[in-house]
Design a binder for this molecule. Structure first.
Ligand code: SAM
Length: 215
């Protein structure tokens, strides 16, 4: 069967710990499977924020703890990351997080609804080899998909430690005229993620994109 979307993630064999596995038994208490669930749940909150590819969920957990009046939706395909997030949600009694445990494009392929006030994509898989560039999550089409689910003036934060990916993200943003660059003083506070930290420790610059939806 032909896949609608080429996988943008690396298939990991990494083992799942016992704790992560136990936590995954509680996934149904947190998971959302469609945009209607998110619209309904977000009605009780001031803002609704999406993080795509949350990894170990450092940013998601710290944001959710700081802003209990906002609803956070995290999307990830990596089961050990989802397990880590759920154990943190349970241990710290965090109630304002929902999980879309799948390729985000399966959500964004549904009928759209302007629900998100903010979207984070922190260090998407870089796919550095030329022949793999087609697997990169962020391109002009993907930005159009995101845009349809964002409220007017909603913000978008993307970071990458790969210069070549940064160049292609910038040209995709400029190509479709759907976003405008935010003034530095309005840029978002993001908890440094594992991949941002690793990039920096290995001497790479972190390229950050702070944009706002204009149409
Ligand atoms: C390089 S890691 C970065 C993780 C984390 N954001 C960080 O900075 O530490 C990229 C993450 O994005 C996830 N990912 C890739 N494509 C995705 C997609 N289409 N939908 C949801 N998550 C995706 C991967 O599973 C992986 O955990």
């Amino acid at each position: 069967m032909r896949l609608k979307f080429l996988p943008s993630f690396v298939k990991r064999k990494g083992r799942i710990t016992k704790k992560q596995l136990t936590s995954l038994n509680h996934l149904r208490n947190y998971s959302v499977s469609n945009i209607e669930d998110i619209v309904a749940d977000s009605a009780k909150y001031k803002k609704c924020i999406l993080e795509i590819g949350f990894g170990n969920a450092e940013n998601l957990i710290s944001q959710a703890l700081t802003n209990s009046e906002f609803l956070y939706v995290g999307s990830e395909v990596y089961m050990s990351g989802i397990g880590t997030l759920i154990s943190n949600l349970r241990e710290q009694k965090i109630l304002n997080v929902r999980i879309f445990p799948n390729d985000i494009r399966q959500l964004l392929d549904q009928e759209s609804s302007e629900v998100f006030d903010f979207i984070y994509i922190i260090c998407p898989d870089p796919w550095p080899k030329d022949r793999h560039h087609k697997r990169r999550l962020i391109d002009s089409n993907f930005l159009k998909m995101l845009n349809k689910f964002m409220k007017k003036n909603a913000q978008l934060y993307i970071s990458t430690d790969w210069e070549n990916y940064a160049e292609s993200i910038l040209s995709s943003i400029n190509e479709n005229n759907l976003f405008i660059k935010l003034d530095d003083k309005y840029t978002s506070v993001v908890t440094q993620s594992k991949f941002e930290r690793r990039g920096q420790e290995e001497g790479r610059k972190i390229f950050k994109f702070n944009y706002e939806k204009i149409s």
